[in-house]
Design a protein around this ligand. Structure first.
Ligand code: AMP
Ligand code: ZN
Length: 466
């Protein structure tokens, strides 16, 4: 039995698909105006883990994910510039080129992270006509209104508006939380279709003039098109709860009178050094940057698996170092079981398996499941049976236990390290001990320039060639 936390009911519920053995699932995908940062990628590692748990339980998945290539403004609401247009000006390329370039990067990152993508990826710009029809029906149903080429959803027409995030429209004071737009009847009304300014590149003819769709409408339209009026699970980040998902839910209900999705699941944010990720702080790291510093995408995946998806996770390079070291120890342990000749107690293995399955089915308690793996590997005699069970567990972890050999062999022995580098590393460790972090950083830079990396762990440091 699988338990999943449903944001809509605010509790863990037993999950079963509503029809046959197939889970119909929609995941809000990337806005392809820039590279995905490690925070974004945490959201897709979560989506992937959920898919893996469902599959492990014998379900098939019909998954859909959108690629947002129009209509996502620089605020999540209705103000600011379209992110695609902004990127197009910044890079002097057409928004379509921008979308293609960053989509490709997203797919590359996902592959490196062993993220299995949903069965169908769909671009917003391929569904403009579907969106226009959706909006027209909302107008026909009396749920939306047009003002000077803009079409807005009329939240006051939908009694249930606000139920995902707990907004109560009766408490509403105009302007209290959202800036008032004079065209809107209520400040919570949101744009379905936006009139295009003269110089706007992405624009289409519609019954309301030339314009482009709002961000939320693409997800209601495409999820309905491919998964039907009501599907099983909708996923996204916690930032989607108050605006994007609240509005998706409202649109679909306004269209069909039905609940868009039975389960709504949201992944908490990744923080960096205890704070927000932001361009101005220069901490919106990408996988490529982690790789340049000597880490692999799977070190980052391992790091993410150590935090429950409903808890904030704090990224630091020290924590990533610790993950890297832990993963190489894990791989060494796995290898010793792979080559092990001892026999092991099947009863005990069955117990480990039960603990593992109970953890993953308890709202994706992956950190606990990882703990079970570690205990099993450490406590059991070296046996191929243990390795086989670890391989089965890896269907959830996605850490490539099946290609261990290559990774372990790739690691260079410590003896290759030049004396000069070793001395600098010792000096750096001493500086850290004395809390002279400026000197420690300077020494790390010198080591870096010589082509080596320092990886700190609980038991000291390790030196690696880059
Ligand atoms: P975007 O490409 O901006 O539409 O975001 C893609 C996904 O990343 C969404 O599901 C967001 O909720 C999620 N996201 C953005 N920032 C973070 C973060 N710091 N931690 C976790 N997820 C995030
Ligand atoms: Zn969406």
């Amino acid at each position: 039995m699988i338990y999943l936390y449903n944001t809509l009911s605010r509790k863990k519920e037993i999950f079963e698909p509503s029809q046959d053995n197939i889970v119909r699932m929609y995941s809000c995908g990337p806005t392809v105006y820039s590279y995905a940062h490690i925070g974004n990628l945490r959201a897709y590692i979560f989506m992937d883990t959920l898919r893996r748990v469902l599959k492990y339980n014998g379900y098939k998945i019909n998954g859909v994910m959108n690629i947002t290539d129009v209509g996502h403004l620089t605020s999540d609401g209705d103000t600011g510039e379209d992110k695609m247009e902004k990127a197009s000006k910044r890079e002097n390329k057409s928004p379509y080129e921008i979308a293609e370039y960053y989509t490709e990067w997203f797919l590359k990152d996902a592959k490196k992270l062993n993220i299995e993508l949903p069965e169908k990826l769909c671009k917003a710009t391929d569904h403009i006509q579907d969106m226009i029809e959706f909006v027209q029906r909302l107008i026909d149903n009396g749920m939306a209104y047009e003002v000077d080429g803009n079409v807005y959803f009329d939240v006051q027409k939908l009694k249930s508006y606000g139920r995902l995030s707990g907004i109560n429209l009766d408490d509403l004071k105009a302007g209290a939380r959202i800036a008032v737009n004079e065209q809107k009847k209520s400040p919570y009304d949101f744009a379905l279709w936006i009139k295009a300014p003269e110089n706007h590149i992405m624009k289409w003819q519609s019954p309301w003039g030339v314009g482009y769709p709002g961000w939320h409408i693409e997800c209601s339209t495409m999820s309905r098109k491919y998964l039907g009026d009501t599907f099983d699970i909708h996923t996204g980040g916690v930032d989607h709860i108050p605006v994007h998902h609240e509005n998706e839910l409202a649109q679909t209900e306004g269209y069909s009178g039905k609940l868009q999705a039975r389960f709504w699941m949201h992944v908490e944010f990744l923080q960096v050094d205890g704070g927000k990720m932001s361009k101005s702080l220069g901490n919106c790291y990408r996988i490529e940057e982690l790789e340049e510093k000597g880490y692999s995408a799977l070190d980052y995946r391992y790091f993410c698996l150590n935090g429950h998806y409903r808890k904030k996770l704090n990224f630091t390079f020290d924590a990533l170092n610790a993950s890297k070291i832990a993963r190489s120890r894990l791989n060494a342990l796995l290898l010793s079981h792979k080559n092990g000749k001892e026999t092991c107690d099947n009863q005990k293995l069955a117990e480990y398996k039960k603990q593992f399955v109970d953890a993953i089915n308890d709202d994706l308690n992956i950190p606990y499941a990882l703990g079970v793996l570690w205990t099993m590997l450490k406590d059991m005699p070296c046996s191929k049976d243990v390795f086989d069970l670890a391989l089965e567990m890896d269907k959830i972890f996605g850490l490539s236990f099946d290609s261990l050999k290559e990774e372990v062999a790739e690691q260079k022995p410590q003896e290759d390290i030049p004396q000069e580098v070793k001395e600098l590393a010792e000096k750096r460790a001493e500086a850290k001990k004395q809390k002279d972090f400026a000197l420690a950083d300077e020494l790390r830079n010198q080591i870096d320039k010589l082509g080596y990396l320092i990886i700190d762990g609980r038991q000291g440091f390790e030196i690696k060639k880059k």
